[in-house]
Design a protein around this ligand. Structure first.
Ligand code: ARG
Length: 459
């Protein structure tokens, strides 16, 4: 098959080598962006009289026809045309004849592919941001219902202090808010047009880069043609933002997996998000949460892959850069899928408030209350800590909890303890009274909900 670049060659590559070098199997995902970029470019060629206006119009018509066919799934690509760019050029020429060959005037695949990927990511980042909001809304709705649901808060995965379940969920709300902002901020760097950088050095044709940028909805252009065709940092930044978001999802997934186990039993996931076992009839496995935890690994892998691919590359374009696409596409799909599933999982889960309540009554997570109580009576906190530590040890030896001790027993440890301690030791009280700003106290959590709502309304 004759190559678009075949003039200088005296023999064609063997088929398997051609297959190794081709990207059409995956970069066809850029078909609409490529057509859009070509339409802007060829309109500019006509406007600037670089090619006759009627040729430009003819090419635009041809490209629109290809767009229609692409939407109908009627385009047939071939590996021998290597990538989406050359495939479309070939299909265009088949559609409108040799005038199609004028499309590539003053342009290179190097600025073309970079333009496609900027257009693609700009669109997908907005979609991802919407899905982040949807998950935040789901977390918000569950939090709203569970302000006074008290459950164990952990450090080192050991019971630490009781907290509001809403407070725990809202912690993820804020992580996702920062993720959202990171994606939003990255848009200004994605929103730049490389088109017109040509192969690397710009072009002798009197092109108008600002016109094509405007046509494509970019808010600016790359200032340096060599940077424009070499830059993949917008992809690295995207993969980095995605990795962090996926890491957040992975942590919450891990918690869902723990909480839905018999050992914790704090939530039950809806059947839709679980599967059974082929052998053990009783099983309900939290597959979707596990998968999301697992998929975070592959997104982080794509980030590492991209950084490693780039790190030794001299300017400007190198074929290595063709490796930038699969990880990016996969990350987009993985993220959208994970966020959608997670939102559904959060919306439909059952919160077992009664189990949570029982469990906070069967631990020592109110020990800090007692120490703080003693400190508020003027006992140095370090001393109070020691007294309570001894009381806890005594309880463990006896097989009971602090609330099971009588006033006399408590007073034997410290005479300053009075009857009011029993109210203070209740886990609910412990949560309710933690009203320092951003704390888990019910009124603080309500304040947080207001702030969270304002964020949701703003975006
Ligand atoms: N398929 C190529 C890629 O994805 C397009 C750019 C090719 N440019 C070149 N000079 N070979 O990177």
């Amino acid at each position: 098959m004759k190559k678009a670049w075949g003039g200088r060659f005296s023999k064609s590559p063997e088929q398997w080598i051609e297959e190794f070098g081709a990207s059409i199997s995956f970069d066809q995902e850029l078909v609409f962006e490529d057509l859009e970029g070509s339409i802007a470019h060829v309109k500019m060629l006509g406007k600037m009289n670089i090619i006759p206006l009627e040729d430009s119009e003819k090419i635009v018509q041809g490209l629109l026809k290809l767009k229609e066919k692409a939407s109908a799934g009627e385009l047939v690509y071939s590996v021998s045309e290597e990538d989406i760019h050359l495939n479309l050029e070939k299909l265009l020429t088949e559609e409108i004849g040799p005038v199609g060959g004028k499309l590539h005037t003053g342009r290179s695949r190097n600025d073309q592919v970079a333009t496609d990927m900027h257009l693609y990511l700009k669109k997908q980042v907005l979609v991802i941001m919407e899905h982040i909001k949807e998950l935040q809304e789901a977390l918000f709705a569950q939090a709203e219902k569970n302000v006074e649901t008290v459950f164990p808060g952990y450090t080192h995965l050991q019971r630490a202090q009781p907290v509001s379940f809403a407070h725990h969920l809202l912690a993820y709300f804020w992580m996702l808010e920062r993720d959202f902002e990171r994606f939003q901020e990255s848009l200004k760097r994605i929103d730049l047009s490389p088109l017109g950088a040509s192969a690397l050095a710009g072009t002798t044709f009197p092109i108008d880069r600002h016109f094509t940028a405007e046509q494509l909805g970019f808010s600016g252009v790359y200032e340096n043609s060599m940077d424009a065709v070499s830059d993949r940092d917008f992809i690295v930044e995207f993969l980095s933002n995605a990795s962090l978001t996926m890491t957040h999802l992975s942590r919450l997934a891990e918690e869902f997996i723990l909480w839905s186990s018999k050992e914790f039993d704090f939530i039950e996931l809806d059947d839709t998000y679980a599967t059974g076992s082929s052998i053990m009839p009783q099983k309900k496995n939290p597959d979707m949460a596990e998968l999301i935890r697992g998929k975070s690994g592959r997104v982080v892998g794509h980030l590492m892959g991209m950084l490693t691919t780039l790190k030794g590359l001299p300017l400007t374009y190198n074929k290595d850069m063709q490796e930038d696409k699969e990880g990016m596409f996969d990350t987009v799909h993985t993220m959208i899928g994970s966020l959608k599933i997670f939102a559904g999982m959060v919306k439909t889960m059952t919160v077992k408030a009664d189990v949570m309540d029982t469990s906070v009554h069967q631990d020592f997570s109110n020990a800090t209350e007692l120490a703080d109580y003693l400190a508020s009576k003027g006992i140095p906190f370090r001393e109070a800590h020691e007294i309570v530590g001894k009381l806890v040890l005594g309880c463990i030896q006896k097989g009971c909890y602090l609330l099971d001790l009588s006033l006399e027993e408590l007073q034997a440890a410290c005479a300053q303890i009075e009857q009011d301690i029993f109210a203070i030791l209740s886990p609910r009280e412990a949560v309710k009274r933690r009203n320092s700003y951003g704390g888990t106290g019910f009124s603080q959590v309500r304040l947080q909900l207001e702030k969270a709502k304002a964020k949701l309304e703003k975006s």
